[in-house]
Design a protein around this ligand. Sequence first.
Ligand code: ADP
Length: 161
Amino acid sequence: MKKTVICPGSFDPVTLGHQDIITRASKMFDRVVVAVLVNSSKTPTFTTEERIELLREAVGDLDNVEIVSFDGLLAEYCKSCGINTIVKGLRVVSDFEYEFQMAIVNKKLNPTLETIFLTADADSTFLSSSMVREICSMGGDISNFVPACVHDRIVAKYRKS
Ligand code: ADP
């Protein structure tokens, strides 16, 4: 049977860390659904459409990856599309506590749901979207942190605002 997994997140914006996890998942599984969270408690800097477009640029060349957006509970979304495996990246110990809790809650809400963790690449353990946003908003160089193909679009967003 073909194995589909979901990589959920805010992707606000996509970083080299996200690109690495999605690329590795695409080599391990038949199909990877990258799911952009719409209703986060935080107001995103990039609109849902922008986040999807940046992801398309960053990972759109991977044949078995598709990008969607979802609203509401991840556990319910997975149920509605028949996906029972979540793939997440783990950076540092501080990620672990939150992700461990989320994995248990998701399983309580949807008992068929398993969460698999991939360790972050050594070069991106420190990397987060919020760090990229902060550096970029202060005019810093983000070229080591985001895929080259989306660099200019991310910078342009900050020039506009
Ligand atoms: P953040 O806003 O913290 O950058 P997201 O909510 O967009 O992250 O994260 C989506 C997924 O990507 C999560 O599983 C997260 O753990 C993972 N991820 C985020 N940054 C990295 C990174 N630098 N390396 C590996 N995985 C990452």
